[in-house]
Design a protein around this ligand. Structure first.
Ligand code: AMP
Ligand code: MG
Length: 427
């Protein structure tokens, strides 16, 4: 077929380059660690502080250190159902003690002090009456309701909890920057704290780009695919504890995309786009960000994930993720999540990996860090059978990522590898 190129200058495919099977020179590709160090240095909190009741605080980022307003437990109490007594009155061997009238129950304390030579019925969580310093388990006594018989000796203080043995009033309980967990809510409540200072939720706008995208639930032409990234990315933002803003789908049209970015910048603190981030004809994200003069095409030494287009749009940071869903998810976990934490007040957070034996074999070349869709079974990391970055089924199959280092590596079954459960990223 004739082309615009003249006959003398007939169009021929480019010659294979010498380096066609190797990765570009290292200086050209930014190592993951270097990219992360840059983000850590340059991003800082961009949201204000508000106080919310405990019931609205789950997943939010704590804005100040929190101290206990009250000790836990507030006063000595019994750890078991049993009988309270004086340790000094216990002898070695069998003995009997009369029971005093009344009992100490949780929320209904025994009034007064234990008379000498007596024991008192006490239930779990009940305040320890004055004079009692030791509690014997009800299973270790026999009783007729008027006295108890048991065997000494007993350890002094056994089955009792001291006031403040868990947390003393004034102790720091929760540190600034943490994403609040259900257990944090229990700790705050137990120590008399009913509201928490948190950062305003970081608003993250999510835009999908591409003329090939159709909306789930709508009719798709045969040359269209459903937008898979947007539901995933919006859900991830929500699970990270931030506020997702659904901006919809932008066509491969520079002006239209510009409109999406303008609105997103207006509504959000950070913009996540997917698709169009490379340097191809229809890669309008990079082109637009380029026009602002703030764009950096991060050619990252990472697989999966081609370039990330990073830039500022009207004062709002933009993360232009690759369109492939696998690359979009991996790049969100590795780069965008730490960035959200930094902007949202959580500081610089690094996911914690497990070192586990591999249940797979793989030969890896030097040059870029690789993330494999993985899951733990019987204490070993399995990986998805295909590394294709369009394989969404593998994303759903996976429960975490195996990270293989930048260097070359021969993984055999049993080789120790790093495994990050998705929970390490807050999912
Ligand atoms: P791009 O980065 O725009 O070149 O897209 C790379 C690949 O990801 C192409 O096969 C796209 O069709 C696909 N892709 C882009 N956006 C999405 C999306 N939102 N959902 C599913 N696939 C997508
Ligand atoms: Mg595209």
């Amino acid at each position: 077929m004739e082309t615009s190129v003249s006959k003398q200058n007939k169009l021929v495919p480019p010659a294979l380059k010498n380096d066609c099977f190797s990765l570009p020179a290292d200086a050209h590709w930014t190592p993951v660690a270097e990219a992360l160090a840059l983000l850590e240095k340059r991003l800082h909190v961009c949201v204000g502080v508000e106080t919310v009741p405990l019931f609205a605080a789950l997943g939010r980022v704590l804005a100040e250190d929190v101290a206990a307003l009250r000790s836990n437990p507030p006063q000595p109490n019994s750890a078991v159902d049993g009988y309270g007594l004086r340790h000094s009155e216990i002898v070695d061997g069998p003995q009997t003690l009369p029971l005093v009238e009344g009992r100490s129950a949780a929320g209904a304390a025994f009034q007064g002090a234990l008379p000498a030579g007596h024991a008192v019925r006490i239930l779990t969580g009940a305040p320890v009456p004055e004079g009692v310093d030791t509690v014997i388990l009800q299973e270790d006594v026999s009783t007729d309701g008027r006295a108890i018989a048991f065997h000494g000796p007993l350890k002094r203080g056994s089955n009792t909890r001291n006031a403040g043995e868990d947390v003393a009033q004034g102790d720091l309980t929760l540190m600034q920057g943490r994403h609040i967990t259900p257990a944090d809510l229990a700790l705050a409540a137990a120590t008399g704290v009913s509201a928490l200072p948190v950062f305003r939720r970081l608003r993250v706008a999510v835009v999908s780009t591409g003329d090939e995208l159709a909306e789930p639930g709508q009719e798709a032409r045969s040359d269209q695919i459903f937008d898979a990234n947007r539901p995933m990315l919006l859900a991830m933002v929500a699970q990270f504890g931030f506020e997702p803003i659904d901006m919809g789908r932008a066509p491969d049209d520079r002006n239209a995309l510009k409109g999406f970015l303008d609105e997103a910048a207006h509504l959000s603190d950070m913009i996540l786009t997917s698709g169009g981030a490379s340097a191809g004809d229809e890669d309008h994200m990079s082109a637009l960000l380029n026009e602002t003069g703030t764009m950096t095409l991060w050619r990252l030494a990472i697989k999966p994930g081609r370039p990330l287009a990073l830039g500022m749009w009207a004062g709002t940071p933009v993360f232009g993720l690759p369109g492939n869903p696998v690359a979009a998810k991996v790049c969100t976990l590795i780069f965008a999540k730490p960035a959200m934490d930094a902007l949202g007040g959580a500081g610089w957070c690094e996911p914690v990996a497990l070192k586990v034996p591999a249940a797979f074999a793989k030969s890896k070349k030097a040059g870029r860090r690789e993330y494999l869709r993985a899951r733990l079974r019987d204490g070993r990391a399995e990986v998805f059978q295909s590394e294709g970055s369009g394989r969404i089924s593998g994303l759903s199959w996976a429960e975490g990522l195996v990270e293989l280092p930048d260097e070359a590596l021969e993984v055999q079954e049993g080789t120790e590898v790093l495994y990050y459960p998705f929970s390490a990223f807050g999912l």
